[in-house]
Design a protein around this ligand. Structure first.
Ligand code: HEC
Ligand code: HEC
Ligand code: HEC
Length: 441
């Protein structure tokens, strides 16, 4: 679960290095030969022509893959790169993928592009970092890769030199990356498989959903736990975003976001608009919906919902977490007073909210996740669901960090987590304090 990232963060630097050194030795020998072998395998001649149809399909797929979000700096030219991605291993800067020959990918062939998307290898054999979610994009078909390439080639060329990454030692070394890839990356296109009951009657839709969720949608890049080396599990069992500190809840059955227990129509509405009865997304998920999911077709969103609803609980995960002991009376009273003063106007005295305007807090599993970080962040910083065609003027929540101290925030969230049938553990002022200074995204 989310603990895994914490384990990584708390591992002694020396332990991390030792772990990596071991992997490094194993990989040095193959570091050179292996990417070359993959490149040869990938460069079968492809009949490639940028028809208008292909460009339009590529534009849609680029939305599905949320390519622009990472490859555009705030206020910068679309796809010209420059957005900084902080990772536990240092800082990466997304490159320019406009068709500029000198600074973008204008000199690339469709094979080069496929090799990047499918194998994570840039021209010349340079291995790419998996912050570019090619461990997911590897599932994309060659036809879709070509359409994406056709679309990127149709963009205005922007001359903007790439900013070099600033990764820590030893992560900046290509052999370290080669080692990582040997251990954790297997290239492979999505292969349709039998859908589990009850989705089996709609196997095509289920497979389309799986293709989008596991591939371009790269949901697992956030919603899966990562191990000590930053590799995701294949199941969407919930993950803590290592540097921004948001928690992306489990999408599997049993507990957290658990789409299996939603009405299918509600899940589709959430993915399209950012709000649904009982739900409102915030933070990184709001960005995913604003920039990517709201543009997907209704059948594609329905297919994704069908697939998500079929995900079984990971082994050992119980349907409902054990109720935690009730917080002390004094804390509950302090929390109740603050709630009445600051929160009840919108979320209601009974915590039931107002449908699709103010999310309910009673029975809201996003509020009672074992990992309380999202509730802390939203109370400190406030937030808006995304502005989408389906919900163009979302209602927001004001930030409370200027007016509530750590004790107050801990009390009001503990109260919310333990009222109206909610039964999650109390949180501490130091948990609140940790997120005062963390940047929003
Ligand atoms: C989560 C952020 C993120 C998303 C989403 C993302 N990328 Fe990237 N991409 C990166 C980063 C970071 C790199 C740099 C990797 C490196 O240099 O090792 C990169 C590298 C690339 C490269 C290699 C460019 C070069 O000059 O080496 C291509 C091509 C690319 N991305 C295309 C895409 C496409 C197409 C999509 C959407 C389907 C996409 N990216 C989505 C972060 C992202
Ligand atoms: C950049 C990280 C990121 C990516 C990529 C991402 N998510 Fe999320 N998601 C989050 C975070 C963080 C939350 C918790 C915050 C919230 O609920 O708004 C979340 C929440 C959710 C929820 C629960 C919302 C609720 O209120 O109950 C669903 C459902 C969901 N995501 C589905 C998806 C799907 C499907 C994809 C892939 C198409 C995806 N997410 C991709 C970060 C991400
Ligand atoms: C002006 C109306 C308003 C007030 C006052 C308000 N909220 Fe909110 N709250 C919202 C809205 C709107 C959202 C959805 C925000 C989003 O999706 O980014 C929200 C979201 C939340 C969430 C996340 C729910 C979820 O599904 O992820 C929590 C927890 C929360 N509020 C707690 C509080 C607490 C505690 C207070 C008082 C200290 C408070 N709110 C005051 C409007 C309000």
């Amino acid at each position: 679960m989310s603990g895994d990232t914490n384990i990584y963060m708390s591992m002694k630097r020396t332990a991390r290095l030792a772990l990596l050194a071991a992997a490094l030795c194993a990989a040095l020998a193959v570091a050179v030969a292996w990417p070359r072998a993959q490149m040869i395998a990938a460069s079968s001649p492809a009949a490639w022509a940028a028809t208008p149809d292909k460009v339009a399909r590529g534009a849609y797929l680029a939305r599905a893959g949320d390519c622009m979000a990472c490859h555009t700096a705030r206020g910068g030219a679309a796809y010209a790169g420059g957005r900084v991605l902080d990772t536990p291993y240092g800082r990466l800067v997304a490159p320019n993928i406009t068709p500029d020959r000198a600074t973008g990918i204008g000199a690339w062939s469709a094979d080069d592009f496929w090799n990047a998307l499918h194998n994570g290898i840039a021209p010349g054999g340079r291995l790419l970092y998996p912050a570019f979610p090619y461990p997911n994009y590897t599932k994309v078909t060659r036809a879709d890769s070509d359409a994406l390439f056709a679309y990127l080639r149709s963009l205005n060329a922007v001359r903007q030199a790439n900013t070099p990454h600033a990764l820590d030692f030893p992560y900046r070394l290509q052999p370290a990356l080669a080692a990582w890839r040997l251990l954790y990356f297997t290239p492979g296109e999505y292969v349709p498989r039998p859908a589990p009951a009850p989705a089996s009657a709609r196997a095509d839709a289920w497979n389309r959903g799986a293709y989008l969720v596991e591939g371009l949608g790269h949901c697992g890049a956030c919603h899966s736990a990562r191990n000590a080396m930053g590799a995701s599990s294949a199941v969407l069992d919930g993950g803590l975003l290592a540097t921004s500190g948001w928690y992306a809840p489990a999408l599997t059955a049993g507990g957290e976001a658990g789409p299996g227990e939603w009405r299918g129509a509600d899940l589709v509405q959430l993915l399209r608009t950012g709000v649904a009865p009982g739900h409102a997304v915030s933070g990184p998920m709001a960005e995913v919906i604003e920039q990517s999911l709201q543009y997907l077709s209704e059948p594609d969103l329905a297919a994704m919902a069908l697939y998500l609803a079929s995900l079984p609980a990971p082994p050992g995960r119980h349907a409902a977490p054990e109720p935690a002991p009730a917080p002390p009376d004094a804390l509950m009273q302090h929390g109740a007073r603050l709630y009445g003063q600051h929160c009840a106007d919108c979320h209601g005295k009974d915590g039931r909210g107002v449908d699709e305007v103010y999310p309910p807090l009673a029975g809201n599993r996003m509020v009672t996740t074992p990992e309380p970080v999202n509730a802390i962040r939203i109370v400190l910083n406030g937030g808006f669901p995304p502005a989408t065609a389906g919900n163009p003027r979302p209602y927001g929540m004001p930030p409370y960090s200027p007016i509530l101290n750590d004790d107050d925030v801990a009390a009001v969230i503990s109260y919310v987590r333990a009222s109206w049938g909610n039964a999650a553990r109390a949180i501490t002022p130091s948990e609140v304090n940790r997120y005062r200074a963390v940047p929003l995204d």
